[in-house]
Each structure stands twice: as structure tokens, then as C-alpha cells.
Design a protein around this ligand. Structure first.
Ligand code: 4G0
Length: 229
């Protein structure tokens, strides 16, 4: 899979995407990631990417010309163009799986108070938010999306890592897990997990997953039982 990112801060991506599993995926040629500086598509001496909103109001907007020219150069027939913004639909594991089926993604990140609306209208196939908070720019959200998508590309995770994929597949939060030692600073691992009774262990885990989800994320339980996405 190929992922292009259009950003004002390409240097922000250096650390996180050069580590661990993503690094391995890139080396193996499973993920081709390319960063592009939006200012490279400006034509004025000041490399202007933003302007004030018509009608007044605070802040600056990303102007259409550089983004249109960049996307027209970087996108082809099969490119899926995604804007990162707090007004996007809420990114989740289901959307990550959808994105992982595309052969080419182009993530467009902004800052200031957002994008000129014509960018959304004409260029964007989707607009995503990683959560209900505002960040100084869309680089971190883009990295979150890249990481979540990259680990779903076939071959990116090893066999041991793939098991971790199960955690969200039930639609519930993960049950509590323990490793050795069986007693640590007076805290005992629940007896059932040491019992060797696999039916009882599965029952306990399902109960715990439900309890934890009910407590922390009741919205996930409602969504599962009513079946809407
Ligand atoms: C567009 C995404 C981009 C509009 C981007 C801000 C949070 C997220 C940006 C704005 C971002 C997220 C309207 C402030 C850049 N912050 N939650 N910042 N506005 O995914």
C-alpha cells in the first residue's frame, strides 16, 4: 500500500513512523510512505498557504490553490483522499479496516481554523477526526491513522502480534490479563486463570470484558446490541 501525506510539518513524522513495526513494514516494501511539504505548491515569495475567512471571524484558513495543485499532482484514479480535521467523522477500527483495502491513500492535514470548504467539496473522499479535541495541526491525527491502517496490511504483523488484533474484534474492551509472577507485591492473579479449566477461563474473560465495557464504554454495548454502526 502507498500512503502520501500532504503537510506543513513533514519533520514531525520522522520519529514515530521510523520505529518498530512501521519501520519493518516500510523496509519490507509492504508500506510505501511519502511526505510532502504543502508549501512546495505555492508560487509566491512568502510561500503563502493560508488566508483570512470571508465574512470575518477568527483565525486563518488553508487556501484552495496550493492544496488543489498538490492533490492534482499526487492523486491518480485509484487514490482515496482523506482530510484530517476535528469536523470529520469519528475514526475507528472499522474505518481503519476500510482504508487498509485501498491501494493508495492521500492524507491531507491542515492547521489554523481549517480548510476552505471547496477543498472538501471537490477533493476529499472522506474527512476524519481521531477524537473530540483540537490539536495545533493534523500531523498527529495523520500518524494515528497511518499506524492503525498499516498494522492491518497483510504481512505487516507477525503471528504473535496478530493475536492482539482480536481485542477489538468482539466489539468489547479487553478483559484483564496477567503474566508471571502469580503473586506480585501481594497482588494475586485470579485463581481461575491458574486453574487450567479453559471453559471457566473463557467464561470469566467474557464476564470481565462485559463488566469493563459497561463501566467504561457503555456506548459500545448499546451499539453492538442494536447493530447500528
Ligand atoms: C482543520 C484534526 C484542521 C480544522 C486536526 C483544525 C484535531 C484533529 C485542524 C481545524 C486538528 C482531530 C477547525 C480547529 C488542525 N486537530 N481531532 N487540527 N479546526 O482529528
Amino acid at each position: 500500500m502507498k500512503i502520501d501525506v500532504l503537510t506543513l510539518f513533514p519533520a514531525m513524522f520522522a520519529g514515530p513512523l521510523d520505529e518498530s513495526i512501521i519501520k519493518r513494514a516500510r523496509k519490507a516494501g509492504l508500506l510505501e510512505l511519502q511526505l510532502h511539504q504543502l508549501r512546495d505548491w505555492t508560487h509566491d515569495r512568502h510561500k503563502t498557504v493560508d488566508d483570512r475567512p470571508f465574512g470575518g471571524g477568527p483565525g486563518m484558513l488553508l487556501k484552495p490553490e496550493p492544496i488543489f495543485e498538490a492533490v492534482e499532482q499526487l492523486a491518480g484514479e485509484k487514490t482515496f483522499v482523506v482530510l484530517m480535521s476535528p469536523s470529520g467523522r469519528a475514526f475507528n477500527q472499522h474505518i481503519a479496516a476500510e482504508l487498509a483495502r485501498h491501494e493508495h491513500l492521500l492524507l491531507v492535514t491542515g492547521h489554523y481554523e481549517g480548510f476552505d470548504e471547496r477543498i472538501r467539496e471537490r477533493l476529499a473522499d472522506d474527512e476524519l477526526s481521531i477524537g473530540d479535541y483540537v490539536l495545533t495541526n493534523g500531523a498527529l491525527p495523520a500518524m494515528v491513522v497511518i499506524d492503525a491502517v498499516a498494522r492491518l496490511i497483510p504481512g505487516v504483523l507477525g503471528d504473535d502480534e496478530s493475536a492482539a488484533q482480536e481485542s477489538f474484534s468482539t466489539g468489547l474492551l479487553e478483559y484483564p490479563q496477567y503474566t508471571r509472577p502469580a503473586e506480585f507485591r501481594g497482588m494475586r492473579v485470579p485463581d481461575v486463570l491458574l486453574s487450567g479449566n479453559h471453559a471457566e477461563i473463557e467464561k470469566w474473560r467474557a464476564e470481565q470484558a462485559h463488566l469493563r465495557t459497561q463501566e467504561r464504554r457503555p456506548d459500545l454495548i448499546r451499539r453492538r446490541t442494536t447493530g447500528h454502526e
